[in-house]
Design a protein around this ligand. Structure first.
Ligand code: SF4
Length: 364
């Protein structure tokens, strides 16, 4: 089956207007998979330089499998959603061990790999192996919600959206079908001010016909985004700084940071730092003075973080509530992957120990 009239329109348009993207120059499953992982929740323009840097360092899946998690996270630094990088790294290792480095064309085997959810499964398997699976992301939910004027938020209409895509899926060119919708979502059916007059499927679009594109998709109910106050300690001992590594699982997992945490109600930032450093790495410090407050908006919360220069008092670092710790020199900060809020503190820090201890006692 070649698909419906809608399918033909979509594919004809894609043949003429497909975006030229670096990962479309190759049929290498590894490259296409990598691009789909990077593109989740991230704009194409942001992804391209990361994608190119990544391939320079890791031209093959085997090279990814051989890398350390720290190297992977450093290359990913700033791209956000770090679980994607950790999972992709583990999945590549699994592909090397179980499938001799060949990305499985079997959908069950591919979807069993770490981090491969329904979207990645459908995108990669349709583009690389021509499997007729609909890749449903936010863009595609928006397009279908408008095409059909779906009167409920996309998260409640997944079956409706999925059955429309299934009915129209091209069995011959499922990858092009998915990529055509991806391109329309990214360049024409924009969240605000969709360019309906340029749209190849406007004659199939109810929202366009009723001049209601701006009503769809129906908004999801959102909980207000929480705001946190946190404080971190920049602990100097001799000519070294103390950094700790976040536990692998969870938000920003595997990244390095200055030890610290959320300020409790009624607690001062200074006391928070002294408490958190002790709880996290078992070191007693005196928070001497603030270097300033930085702000950062993550997707699910916003944070304001105060950095304190701390004098080391006593104790050997331990992994009490972290995965690892290190004493490093100031220039070594750039070798490690840090969350963005921590990196915003770097320019505010002195490059040498402000407490001018001459002793370099950082063997513990
Ligand atoms: Fe989106 Fe407009 Fe095309 Fe409908 S006609 S799919 S609203 S761009």
């Amino acid at each position: 089956m070649a698909g419906t009239a809608f399918t033909k329109k979509l594919l004809n348009w894609y043949r003429k207007k497909a975006r030229k993207l670096p990962w479309r120059e190759s049929q290498d499953p590894y490259r296409i998979w990598l691009s789909e992982v990077m593109l989740q929740q991230t704009q194409v323009d942001t992804v391209i330089p990361y994608y190119e840097r990544w391939l320079k360092k890791y031209p093959t899946l085997e090279k990814v499998a051989q890398a350390s998690e720290d190297e992977i996270l450093k290359l990913w630094e700033g791209l956000g959603y770090y679980a994607r990088a950790r999972n992709f790294h583990k999945a590549c290792q699994e592909v090397v061990q179980r499938y001799k480095g060949k990305v499985p064309s079997n959908s069950d085997q591919f979807s069993a790999l770490k981090g491969v959810g329904p979207y990645t499964l459908a995108a990669v398997q349709s583009i690389v192996f021509q499997k007729p699976l609909a890749a449903i992301d936010g863009n595609i939910k928006r397009i279908v919600s408008r095409l059909l004027r779906i009167d409920e938020p996309p998260s409640k209409a997944l079956e409706h959206i999925g059955s429309f895509l299934k009915k129209n899926m091209s069995l011959k060119n499922p990858g092009d079908f998915n990529q055509a919708l991806m391109d329309i979502g990214a360049t024409i059916c924009l969240p605000k001010n969709p360019k309906c007059l340029l749209c190849p499927i406007s004659s199939d679009c109810e929202a366009f016909q009723f001049k209601q594109a701006h009503f769809y998709p129906i908004s999801e109910e959102k909980n207000p985004r929480p705001h946190y106050r946190a404080a971190v300690g920049v602990v100097w001992r001799g000519d070294k700084l103390l950094i700790s590594k976040r536990k692998s699982e969870g938000f920003l997992g595997g990244l390095w940071e200055f030890p610290g945490g959320k300020i409790k109600q009624g607690e001062s930032a200074k006391l928070c730092v002294e408490r958190e450093v002790k709880e996290e790495v078992g070191v007693e410090v005196e928070a001497i003075h603030s270097v300033g407050v930085v702000k950062h908006d993550y997707t699910h919360f916003s944070i304001e973080m105060e950095g304190f220069l701390c004098r080391y008092l006593k104790g050997s670092p331990q992994t009490l509530d972290c995965a690892d710790w290190k004493w490093i020199s100031f220039p070594e900060l750039k070798k490690f992957a840090f969350p963005t809020a921590n990196r915003k503190l770097f320019p505010l820090l002195p490059k040498t120990n402000p407490f001018s201890s001459k002793k370099s006692e950082t063997k513990n």
